[in-house]
Structure formats: C-alpha cells, structure tokens
Design a protein around this ligand. Sequence first.
Ligand code: PRX
Length: 644
Amino acid sequence: MSKETLPVESRIIPVKRLEEYWERSIEDPEGFWSEHARALQWFKTWDKVLDASNPPFYKWFVGGKINASYNALDVHIKTWRKNKVAYIWEGEPGDTRVITYYQLYKEVNRIAKILKNMGVKKGDRVTLYLPMIPELPMVMLACARIGAIHSVVFSGFSGESLASRINDSNSKILITADGAYRRGKIIPLKEWADKALKLTPSIESVIVVRRTGSKVNMVENRDYWLHELLAGIEPDTYVEPEPVESTHPLYILYTSGTTGKPKGVEHSTGGYLAWVYWTLKWAFDPREEDVWWCAADIGWVTGHSYIVYSPLMHGLTSIMYEGAPDYPHPDRWWSIIEKYGVTIIYTAPTAIRAFMRYGEEWVKKHDLSSLRILGSVGEPINPEAWNWYYKNVGGERCPIIDTWWQTETGGFMISPSAGVELAPLKPGSATFPLPGIDAEVVNDNGKRVEPGERGYLIIKKPWPGMLQTLWKDPERYVEVYYKKFPGFYYTGDYAMRDSDGYFWLLGRADEVLKVAAHRIGTTELESVLVSYPAVAEAAVAGKADPVKGEVPVAFVVLREGYSPLNSLREELVKYVRNQIGPIATPANIFFVDKLPKTRSGKIMRRLLKSVVSDQPLGDITTLEDEASVEEIKKAYDELKKELE
Ligand code: PRX
C-alpha cells in the first residue's frame, strides 16, 4: 500500500463553491485529479495523472496499480463498516436477503476462487447473464478481484443477442441462472442461454445460479451449479486482489449505436473508479446513514456504476430490487421505500410517467418521509413528470438530481451538485457540468451556438471515467466519437443552454432511440428485420410515446411474392423480440412500396420520424443533406397518404 494513500476517514474534501471548484478542475486537471484520486486506495500511486500523448486514447493515472474489489470491499472490512449492510435485497416474490460488507467480501472471495479454479486469469472475459439477484454484483466483484474483465448482458436480451456479445468479447465463462422472476412469471434464462451456447465456441464452462428452482438442462463437464461449486470452497477462503494497472479494463458493456452491431464500451479500472466515486459524492452527497436506491438494472451502466462500484466504495447501504415496479401492485416501489426507510431514490422518467398513470393514490398510501433526495436518468425528464415526482414522491421537500450521462461516460456528467453547492433547479434541466467536465453546445461547424439555440453536445476535455476504446475496434471508437468534431468527444445528443447557462438535454441527434430509457439503435432493428426472408428493405423511426418516451415504428418493403398480411406483421414483431429482446418490440410495422430515400440512397430518417409522430416537416432545408425540398415534401406526402 502506498504511503501517499489517505485513510478512509480523511477522504472528505471541504466543499467549496461550485463554480470555483469547477474552474479549478478545468484549469488544473492534473492537480485536481491527483488530489481527488487519493480518495481511492492504490497499491501503487500513478506516475502520470493524464497521458494525452495519443489522442483520443487518453490514459488516466498511468503507472498506478489498483483493484476494484479491494476498493469496494476490503477497505471497509478493516473498519467499523465490516458488519454494515451493503445490500438489502428484495426478490419479486417477496423474499429478502440482507448482506453485510463482510458477508459480501467472503462470498466474493469464494466466487473468485471458483473462477480461478476454472482457469480464469487476468484479462480473460467472463459474461454474466443474470437477473437482479445478489450473485450478480458478487460475480462482477469476483471478476474484478482477479483482474478478469466482466461483460454483463441484460437479462431481458434474447439468446441471439447474448451469443453475439459472448462472441465479440470471446468470453471463456458464462454465468447465468435457472430462471428469473418477472411480473409473477418465470423467465427461462438458462433456456435462452442454451440457445446462445450453440453459437459460442469460446465458452468453456457455464455456472448456473439457482434462483427459481426451475428444471434446466445441465450439460456434463460444462454446466455447474454455483451452490455445488461453493460447497467445495472453504467459508474463509481469501483470494489476493490482483493489483491491476489503472488502465486495465474493468469491464466491457455493450450498447447500441448507429450501426447494426452493438458496441463494446471498454472502461478502465483507475479512472473509472475515481470518476464513479466522485460523481456520486458531488451529485447526491451520500451520507453514512443513507439508504440508497438506484432502481436501475445492473445490466445497464447505471447499475454497474451506481448499484455496484460507487455505492460500495462509499460504504453505503443499497437497496436492490429484483422485479417489476408495479408487481403485484402499482405501489411496490413506494412500499419498499417505506419498509426500508430509503433516503435517496434514483430512477428514470419513464418509470415516473408509468406511475403517474396509476394515479397518486398509490403513492399516498405510503409514508415516504424518509426520502431526502430524488434522482433521474436515462432520458430527458419532461416538466410534468418532474413536478409529479417532486410533489408526490418527494413531498416538495427533496431536490431532483437530473443526471445526464451515457454508457460511454462511465458516470454522471451534467447534473445538479447536492454535494458541492446546489444551484437553483429548473424542471427539465440537468443544470451544469460536474467538476472536470468541459461541455459545450455547438453547431455543425463546431461553433458555440447562442443561448436558446439547439446544437450538438460535445465534451472538450478528457475526463477520468471516459471509455477507453470500443472492444477490439479502436477505429470505430475514433470514428463514432471523435470524427464529427475533431479533438472533442461527440455525445450524439442535442442540447441547448439557456440565458442563465443551464444545460437542457434534448434527446439523440443520431439514429439511436431511447425506449423506456433503454438505448436501441434503429439500424440494429433494421438489420434484424432485413434478415427475415420476406423482408427486402426496412427503416425504423422513433415515435413519441407518453410513457416510454419513444417507441420504434418500422417501415418494411416486402420481397416479391409476399403479401402484407396482418399475420406477417405479427410474425415480424415476434421475430424482432426473439432476436433482440422485448425492449426492441416495434410498436407498429407499416408495409410500404418504397422507402423515402435521397438520390444517393440514404433513407430520409427525419422525414420518417415526422411522419410517424404526426408532426409537420419543420425546417426542411436542414432535413437531409442531399435531397431537394420538393423531393422531401413529395416523399412525405406520399408516405402519409399510404399510411392513411
Ligand atoms: O440521450 C441521452 C440519454 O441517454 C443517452 C445515453 O444512454 P445510455 O448509454 O443507455 O445511458 C443511460 C444511463 C446513463 C444519452 O446520450 N440521457 C441519459 N441521461 C439523460 C439523458 N437525456 C436527458 N437527460 C438525462 N438526464
């Protein structure tokens, strides 16, 4: 352990005024981060805070050695937090588990031992396909402990999606469960995994967690029950945490982009941990006695950063809930808040809008006075949802921390800072960039736009939580994030600043949809659709939806000899669900004779969006690069007519 590492007690940095603090972070990033990264426990301190010699491949805390599992667990078991509760877990059927830091530490060590016994080494990839059960963070931390790279695949994805992610990461081990509870039903997760396993030659062993007791098919010498493996591991097994380089990948997480294939976002260990640690502190001001509930699924980045790594590093008590928000009744969440005295809840606007529909009487049935802060993430929060959340859930007492960020950014980027100084909130605005974030709203030429004007959101300087690259695809990393505005990170989002300098996030500027806060690429859906024998061409657009924010709508041109029957439409919807997962389900499929295209053959996507959303075309001069105004108008009218 380095002498320069501060003890846990001295991690608190006196709060300065937000602006002054932010300015320092931008003017002297190296000084700022060399102070702040010391809140973590390093086995060896870095030689250089930021290596910017090969942009955009920025490297943070170069030369430093660290371990994520050590920072999440070992640091606490040497203190009074040893028997503090790390997770209060509630299963959908109502069963509960309370897990202390010491218990978590012991389980993680034992699972790490199992992985080691299976031959998993530093740098090997392990895929996790698990529901929201405590074994999910346990296995992630066990991987981190031995320097293996985890790749968590959301348990709502299909076997096909799982297979492509396993193959891209070339994982050796798959960890899954016999089933998952969802809305009172059992999802046959192992069965879905078995479909994937037919296509994934790299997998040597499969570990299966028993959750539902469902009967599953176990292949000899490949599939092992976790509880049986654990029975062979001593309760006090200790596995030395591997001191990995700061830049060693902690995990890969696949997310949708503008091409058909999901991107493997690769996060570092040191920079990522420093970023998730500090962003939680700045944004939410977590305190020792808090009961923190990030109501996301660990299958998404929100859960990685703010259910697993950051809250554990802070030694917080977290709630983890397995099931659907409205099962068996629409007040399931409110009953959880009341039951455990949750003090901070962090969720997505789509959930709020769904609760709004059920009516406030469900909220009123519960005493939510323990809450002190509310959080929002995943999509723009509309003022109606903001006000409802503020009034009915927060009792007009709790600030709403609207955090803008992305899978790629690792942690919050633009957000109110309850932990530094809370600027007056404006419903629907994520307020200001956090320390270390130099954000700007620019036009196509990279020039800053005027207050009130819409532009593209870019980040001008590297930050510790930034993705390192895309797994095995550095060219695509440069192309996607650094080509549009050379030298700057392009977020793919529209934004606006108002005359007070507040940031307003205005949704995606690219071909990515946010469906119930989940990210899904229109081209990903299109490539699935065209893989169906009857489909010649397909185009997908997002349609505004009062609860989900957006839903995908598909336009399909059939091959010769196929008729536009309702049965075919249903077949196609089912096919997409099976190929990707329920989140990709098209809300509607229109059979059309041709797709509106520019002369060079590009689909006029914004036109499709206007058509499905029943909106006027708006400013057509900037609608498509190549098509003439007349052409676009004609295509729009033709399409509208065809759909009537
Ligand atoms: O469009 C933005 C939207 O979600 C995108 C990132 O999606 P994903 O990588 O799945 O990460 C979601 C969780 C961090 C962004 O490009 N987004 C996320 N948070 C907000 C948001 N849009 C507006 N306001 C937010 N608070």
